[in-house]
Structure formats: structure tokens, C-alpha cells
Ligand binder design. Structure first.
Ligand code: COA
Length: 383
């Protein structure tokens, strides 16, 4: 039975900062951000959006009368959780009106959404008529004026996993690895991540090679069998480095093809920044929408990495109707905000300090919004 991604959508805020402007204010050569790190714009998530609202905003258009009653499992992957007990899955199921479902949250840094897909695949294989809503949503926060600052961003990707999927059919085998590494972590009392960026880069590339080699050994496939290679993109330059690891195994024509497809695959991530769990899947959407060469049957390789650390290389093939299922992403309609406004929004995110607060949401036209906190409970609204 074929199982995979039947529907997919992406949500981010409608505001961004320009990376050249951020570099100028931080007294850094803009080319460090634009070329060295590979980011042109960075999504700014306003206080009126958190992972729950972004997840709901991404998932909303994927649910209709055709699939509403078939969805029986909601798996929400995030490393920006808002509660130590109650799952973001339960919050989002409530907002979306999904009642006859199992709802959970899953965590392993940026790898979480891939773990969710693997769980969903197992669930559908045991229950072929079931559909699973998988969401990966995060806000990447490293702190103002830190080395990690230019690699922030945020957003959500939502996917429906089914049998006979309309976009991508997942292959059976993958290569995977876990090691207990301290390259990126966020202690419970921190709203910002702690990161050893150089270690993270090294483990990411090492795990890519380990999982890619395991995949090749298991499947007998080689780089020649792939139309495109996708990577978890905390910043697009890291994916460039990951791609280099396989290019020396490719013929000249395959090398040109993989580089061309990767250009299409990194376009949206370059404009949004890091969305942790959703980054690999935003890159998938970017490939689908910006490549002119994809055809049904093309095999796509995907490398998922979550600090701490877990890596997995897996793959899928595009299905017959994938072109008719693409979401309409328009990043051009977003509004550029000043560095001052970005800093203000960064500092005024909703804190878990117990105080009652009512947020001004007049500028947020999204369907699902966070409007404040009362009695230590987040208050959401649908508009
Ligand atoms: N023009 C072009 N490139 C420039 C440049 C300039 N003027 N100045 C610097 N660069 C290049 C550097 O050569 C380097 O390239 P390389 O990686 O190919 O060697 C790159 O820009 C970054 O410079 P570096 O000095 O290493 O930056 P940094 O110490 O400020 O840290 C990160 C960069 C990415 C490590 C940091 O932002 C970070 O830790 N981010 C978080 C990473 C993360 O999310 N990890 C967890 C998930 S995987």
C-alpha cells in the first residue's frame, strides 16, 4: 500500500526583516548574512501568533468535508511548546473542530515532524482508511545580538498523511541515527535556545553521511536515482554544505540537475528563515512550486536533522497528480518591518509569568490568533 503526503500547506506571519538592514544595524558585512549564512529575509512572528495559532492557520485549508471525519490522529511536532503537560495537538484540535481524534505533541528538536510522519505512516498502514494530520510549527529564538540571531524565523507546515497520497508516496527504507550530543538545547526555564553552532554543523554533516550511506546500503539506490535532494535548512548555507557531500558521487549532468533543484528548494527558506520542525517540509513546498522540471515518478531524497541529536535520510516519489495539489504561497505580500519594531515584537512575546494580559491584535488578520492570557491560560480567538 502506498502511504505519504496527500495535502500540504505552510503558514508564516505577514511580517519580515530584511537581512541587509539587520546586518547594517548589527555592524556586520551584509554579505555574511546574505552569502555566508544564505538568508535574505527573516519572518518576524508577532506576539499574537504562537505555535498553536500558526499550526491551526496552516492546517485549516487542508480540512474539508471530504476528509474531516477520516482524520483520527493529530500529531503536533514542536520544540517551542507552550505547556509542559497539555499538548499543542489538543489545543489545535479544539481550534480546528476535530473531536473524534487522538491528539499528541512530539519533540526532538527539528526532527520532530519527521518522527510524526513515521508514526503517521505506521498508523495508516494498520488503519488504511485513517488520515493523520501532522503539524510542524516553531518560532526560532536565539536572542537579539547573538550569533544565532540571523538564523531565526518561524512558521508552520501542516500535512495530511494518507494511503494513495496525491503528492508524495513515501519509500519504505530509511537510514537513521541518534547520539546524545549537546549542540543545541533549550532548558525548561529558557525562552531562547542555547546553541553551539559549529558543533551542530559538524554533527549535521556527519549524520548526513551516516544516514545516506545506510540508506544506500539498504536500498541499493545511488545519487543517480534522485531528481532532488532536500535538507533540513536552519539556514540555507548548511543545506549547500550537505548537498556538496553527495555531489562528488554524481555525474556532471546529475550534479547540474541536483544543484538546479536545490536552488528551487531553498528559495522559500531563504525568505523565511528557520522554522525548526517545518524547515525540511517548507523546502519540499519550495521545490514543488519553484522547480520547472519535476515529473510524476521523480524520487526526492530528504535529510531530516534535529539537534541533540537525531538524523534520518528517507525518500519518496512524486505521484501522478502532485501538481494539482500545491498550496498557493505568496511571500511577496508580506510587510517589511524596521529593526526597531522587530526588536519590540521580539521582547513582547507572551511570557509564561502568570500575569493576565490582553494583546492588541488589530494588525493580525490571520484566522487563528492569540489574544492574551487569563488565569495562566492562553486565550485564542478565531476571526
Ligand atoms: N561575506 C561572505 N561570507 C562571509 C562573510 C562575508 N563578509 N563573513 C563571514 N562569512 C561566512 C563565513 O566564512 C562562514 O562561512 P562558512 O560556514 O562556509 O565557513 C559563514 O559566513 C558564517 O560565518 P561565521 O563566522 O561562522 O558565523 P558565526 O560565528 O556568526 O555563526 C552560525 C554562524 C550559523 C553558526 C550561527 O548563526 C548559529 O549558531 N546559528 C544557529 C544554528 C542552528 O540553528 N543550529 C541548530 C540547528 S541545525
Amino acid at each position: 500500500m502506498k502511504i505519504g503526503i496527500d495535502r500540504i500547506n505552510f503558514f508564516t506571519s505577514n511580517q519580515y526583516v530584511d537581512m541587509s538592514e539587520l546586518a547594517n544595524v548589527r555592524n556586520v558585512d551584509p554579505n555574511k548574512y546574505l552569502i555566508g549564512i544564505g538568508q535574505s529575509k527573516m519572518a518576524v512572528i508577532p506576539p499574537t501568533q504562537d505555535v498553536v495559532t500558526m499550526g491551526a492557520n496552516a492546517a485549516d485549508v487542508l480540512i474539508d468535508n471530504e476528509n474531516r471525519d477520516k482524520i483520527d490522529f493529530v500529531i503536533f511536532a514542536t520544540e517551542s511548546g507552550i505547556d509542559n503537560s497539555k499538548s499543542t495537538g489538543a489545543y489545535v484540535s479544539g481550534l480546528l473542530g476535530l473531536k473524534h481524534v487522538r491528539s499528541i505533541e512530539i519533540k526532538q528538536a527539528c526532527y520532530g515532524a519527521t518522527a510524526a510522519i513515521q508514526l503517521a505512516k505506521g498508523h495508516v498502514s494498520l488503519n488504511p482508511n485513517s488520515q493523520v494530520l501532522v503539524i510542524g510549527a516553531d518560532i526560532a529564538r536565539y536572542g537579539l545580538n547573538t550569533a544565532g540571531e540571523p538564523t531565526q524565523g518561524g512558521g508552520a507546515v501542516a500535512m495530511i498523511i494518507t494511503k494513495n497520497p496525491k503528492i508524495l508516496s513515501l519509500d519504505a527504507d530509511s537510514g537513521f541515527v541518534t547520539e546524545n550530543v549537546m549542540d543545541f538545547w533549550r532548558p525548561l526555564n529558557h525562552s531562547e535556545a542555547l546553541v553551539d553552532g559549529k558543533t551542530s554543523q559538524n554533527v549535521y554533516l556527519d549524520f548526513f553521511n551516516q544516514t545516506w550511506n545506510e540508506y544506500k546500503n539498504k536500498t541499493g539506490l545511488t545519487v543517480a536515482d534522485f531528481k532532488a535532494m532536500l535538507y533540513h535548512l536552519p539556514y540555507t548555507k548548511l543545506g549547500v554544505k550537505g548537498l556538496r557531500e553527495v555531489l562528488n558521487e554524481a555525474t556532471d549532468s546529475k550534479k547540474i540537475e541536483l544543484e538546479r533543484e536545490f536552488e528551487a528548494a531553498k528559495k522559500y527558506n531563504n525568505q523565511v528563515g528557520n522554522l525548526y520542525t517545518g524547515s525540511l517540509y517548507l523546502s519540499f513546498i519550495s521545490l514543488l512550486e519553484n522547480s520547472n522540471d519535476l515529473e510524476a515518478g521523480d524520487r526526492i531524497g530528504m535529510y531530516s536533522y534535529g539537534s541533540g541529536a537525531v538524523g534520518e535520510f528517507f525518500s519518496g516519489t512524486l505521484t501522478d497528480n502532485f501538481k494539482s495539489q500545491l498550496p498557493k504561497i505568496n511571500l511577496e505580500e508580506r510587510v517589511q518591518v524596521s529593526i526597531e519594531l522587530y526588536e519590540n515584537m521580539y521582547q513582547n512575546h507572551l511570557k509564561n509569568d502568570g500575569a493576565d494580559i490582553y494583546l492588541d491584535y488589530s494588525n493580525d488578520k490571520s484566522k487563528y490568533i492569540l489574544i492574551g492570557s487569563k488565569n495562566m491560560q492562553r486565550q485564542y480567538s478565531i476571526q
